[in-house]
Ligand binder design. Structure first.
Ligand code: UDP
Length: 340
């Protein structure tokens, strides 16, 4: 099989490429514009097994079809996208262009050359700001109602995929709605010490576990908890944090899944929530470092609670997470933060 990974030099894409190189014999082509992805990550991945790299922005529409043809691509895993919510509110058209328009072009060319499988990274942001969450978490039938252009740009791409797969049954897809992805490559060195080879490299990250890890290392003086008056047990926001390597393994399984099953949409999360306070305490515990944590107002558009119902991916794809452990998620993020 010949797999094209767009955004393969980025945080999530690189962890999927790592598993493709380590656990399969599929040939891998990466397309990335290196806007947030890193060359160093590509060098690290190349030490596992070789692959082809094309430095390209997906907005270069005319260059996509030749890449698919020249590399006999039969499967696409599509990560390349813009992902910063506040930025999407300020520059919505950039988000619709880079996410929805470029994805639509990629789908168009994929259908034209007969690509059979398309795996798409979508987001729990398609669910918007649920006024209440069922005890069992949000399932895939929960109404979608994005509250920002980022979530909407992803939902629109999901819809383009659905219509394309309906019209061209040979073209099958899986859309994954990610919950809160965190942590880094679970790799133990020769001293049996956790030493991630890849992780979240892009500076100015806004994600909680990355920020808390930076504080634990003294890279950042202090951090803030955005809102302590939510209707949750301790008043802080609750999220479903999933280890990057478990998220990545779902993509590898999706390739096999689509060989025999029809197109579908799956949540990817552990189905368990932790509050901001709990996460900060866990980072302090596993790193054995204390740091200053202030209280700050809520961030615009932050829902109180987002927890997945992951029954569907567990049942239909037999997805079995290996790292459902907040301590390991925080520890791997911290160990990576020391290196990057
Ligand atoms: N958060 C926080 N302080 C930070 C970063 C995040 O209190 O410095 C909170 C945020 O309000 C949310 C949770 O942590 O409740 C997860 O935020 P993150 O940005 O990691 O992911 P999101 O859920 O927004 O995609």
């Amino acid at each position: 099989m010949n797999i094209l990974v767009t955004g393969g030099a980025g945080y999530i894409g690189s962890h999927v490429v790592k598993q493709l190189l380590e656990d399969t014999d599929y040939s891998v082509t990466i397309v990335d514009n290196l806007s947030t992805g890193s060359r160093k990550t590509l060098d690290t991945l190349r030490a596992i097994r070789d692959f082809k790299f094309v430095e390209l922005d997906l907005k270069e529409f005319d260059k996509i079809l030749p890449i698919l043809e020249e590399n006999s691509i039969d499967t696409i895993i599509h990560f390349a996208a813009s992902i910063v919510v506040p930025e999407s509110v300020e520059n919505p058209l950039d988000y619709y262009m880079n996410n929805t328009v470029n994805t639509t072009n990629l789908i168009d060319k994929a259908v034209k050359v007969g690509v059979e499988r398309f795996i798409f990274s979508s987001t729990a942001a398609v669910y918007g700001e649920p006024s209440s969450t069922p005890i069992s978490g949000l399932d895939e039938n929960f109404p979608t109602a994005p509250i920002n252009p980022y979530g909407m740009s992803k939902l629109m791409s999901e819809n383009v995929l659905k219509d394309a797969s309906f019209a061209y049954p040979k073209f099958k897809h899986v859309a994954f709605r990610y919950f809160n992805v965190a942590g880094a490559d679970v790799y133990y060195n020769s001293d049996n010490k956790l030493e991630p080879r890849i992780g979240q490299s892009f500076p100015n990250a806004t994600h909680l576990i990355k920020i808390a890890s930076e504080c634990a290392l003294g890279k950042r003086e202090k951090m803030a908890i955005f809102g302590d008056d939510f209707a949750t047990e301790d008043g802080t926001g609750v999220r479903d944090y999933i280890h990057i390597d478990d998220l990545a393994s779902a993509h590898i399984q999706a390739i096999e899944y689509l060989k025999v099953n029809d197109s579908d949409t799956f949540n990817v999360g552990y189905g368990k929530g932790y509050s901001v306070k709990e996460v900060v305490e866990e980072v302090k515990r596993v790193t054995n470092r204390d740091f200053q944590v202030d209280n700050a107002p809520r961030r615009a558009g932050d829902p109180a609670l987002l927890i997945s119902n992951n029954s569907k991916i567990k049942q239909k794809m037999n997805w079995t997470p290996k790292y459902n452990n907040l301590g390991l998620i925080c520890q791997s993020a911290y160990e990576w933060e020391k290196i990057v």
